[in-house]
Design a binder for this molecule. Structure first.
Ligand SMILES: [Zn+2]
Length: 440
């Protein structure tokens, strides 16, 4: 038949009841049942997307029977004859002022032209940047699933109900790994993947063990989404990412904020220099400091390392496509570049130089050493701009101080152990406590 007049989603309002929208289903919830003093019931919801915006639509009871099986995530539908209400924002992560309620005579028809509505839009956050995202915010992340986790069951404290749970571990090219928890049906129906690329939309940020992600009713998972970032991630992982080491948010490594550093370990840079830490002892000593990167040495940023696992020795070039590792006594076509970063950091008291190995370079520059070497060879300007981008960033650094003697001179070297992005909320609390303590 003739195509009806289509209204854009952004034009829907409670004051206009004759409309048809053409929209793609981006999220479809499970059917949820409730029971209270007023009775029993069930409901489900979908999110609908067109060029102008996104809106949530909910169906209760009879609408569940009529429409739940009609909707398929990713497909485009005509929807008409439904009510537009003020949105209940506490149940939604959409910004729309309104939402749709399906009614008894709501009509939903599959659209013949499946390209007629935009695909899901992602606003990906790198895993290394999760420390900057506040707890309970929602983010989109793109990652390689490195571990599928086991299906487990927990009892929810609030409801005393059993809930299925699965914890995936994902990584991305920022060099970080993070745990993503799936719940209920999506935990149960998850099909184990061997390093598959997945987009997690609307994941909720938790701060347990640094940073974790949790998938809720409004979150979606898409395997191999047809977006450029996903193709780039696949390419990177297959060529070099598979052999990378990743910094975990779970371990004490790089958990974010002051909470994971002991308060009394923190030193200003002046205290670091004047305390002679690392000087007096045979064994290395450790400290934490909050400082801002002011300089990164662009020369000798990395070295050509042996690609053999756990060797990492420096190789020498014999000719264009011949690199030799003395230790392995082997030649390779190309080296695996590894970082040896040297950075100057400042706080309000002083400046010190810190050095770090590959993981630190990955974390601070958010590129692999191979990528940086390639940029240096082919696009000096871009190379410098990646370095400049890392300047001015504040971190909580954990540092190993150890004395080195060189020509009878004893000098302390400061070796970076971890760099956690400053968690402004947590650190402000610590600062507030310190101010409180001063004013006794
Ligand atoms: Zn080697």
């Amino acid at each position: 038949g003739a195509e009806p007049v289509i209204y854009p989603i952004e034009s829907l309002s409670p004051y206009q009841n004759k409309w048809t929208i053409k929209a793609r289903v981006t999220v479809k919830s499970d059917v949820r049942h409730w029971s209270n003093q007023r009775g029993d019931g069930k409901l489900f919801s979908v999110n609908l997307l067109d060029e102008t915006g996104e809106i949530k639509a909910t169906g209760f009871n009879e609408a569940v029977d009529n429409l739940y099986d009609v909707f398929e995530v990713g497909k485009v539908y005509y929807v008409s004859k439904a009510r537009v209400n003020i949105a209940k924002k506490q149940f939604s992560n959409l910004s729309n002022e309104y939402e749709i309620a399906f009614e008894r005579d709501t009509i939903v028809e599959l659209c013949e032209d499946q390209d007629a509505a935009p695909q899901v839009k992602y606003n990906f956050v790198e895993l290394a940047s999760l420390g900057d995202c506040p707890k309970d915010s929602t983010v989109d992340v793109l990652g390689i699933v490195k571990d599928n986790g086991d299906l487990s069951e927990i009892t929810a404290k609030a409801t005393n109900k059993q809930i299925k749970k699965r914890e995936l571990t994902i990584v991305d090219r920022s060099g970080y790994s993070v745990r993503v928890t799936l719940w209920g049906r999506s935990a149960e129906t998850w099909k184990d993947t061997d390093n598959g690329v997945f987009a997690f939309k609307g994941a909720k940020v938790g701060d347990f063990g640094g940073r974790t992600l949790s998938m809720g009713g409004q979150s979606t998972i898409a395997e191999d989404p047809d977006v450029e970032a996903a193709h780039a991630l696949r390419g990177w992982f297959d060529t070099e990412g598979h052999s990378s080491e990743f910094t975990s948010y779970n371990s004490s490594m790089a958990t974010s904020g002051a909470a994971t550093f002991k308060k009394d370990e923190f030193k200003t840079l002046d205290e670091v220099i004047n305390s002679g830490i690392g000087m007096t002892s045979e064994k290395p000593e450790y400290f934490a400091t909050r400082a801002t990167i002011t300089f990164i040495k662009a020369d000798n940023l990395s070295y050509p390392a042996c690609p053999t696992e756990k060797c990492n020795k420096k190789m020498t070039m014999e000719d264009e496509s011949q690199w030799r590792c003395e230790k392995c006594n082997k030649t390779y076509e190309k080296p695996e570049y590894r970082y040896i970063v040297s950075i100057a950091v400042n706080d309000f008291t002083n400046q010190v130089w810190l050095s770090g190995f590959n993981e630190m370079g990955l974390q601070l520059l958010k590129r692999t050493a191979n990528e940086m070497q390639q940029l240096k060879d082919e696009n000096e300007e871009e190379f410098q701009s990646v370095i400049n981008k890392a300047l001015g960033t504040m971190y909580n650094f954990s540092v190993k101080a150890k004395a080195d003697s060189f020509n009878d001179q004893v000098k302390v070297r400061y070796q970076l152990q971890k760099a956690a992005p400053v968690n402004w909320v947590e650190d402000a609390k610590v600062l507030a406590e310190q101010i409180q303590a001063m004013s006794v």
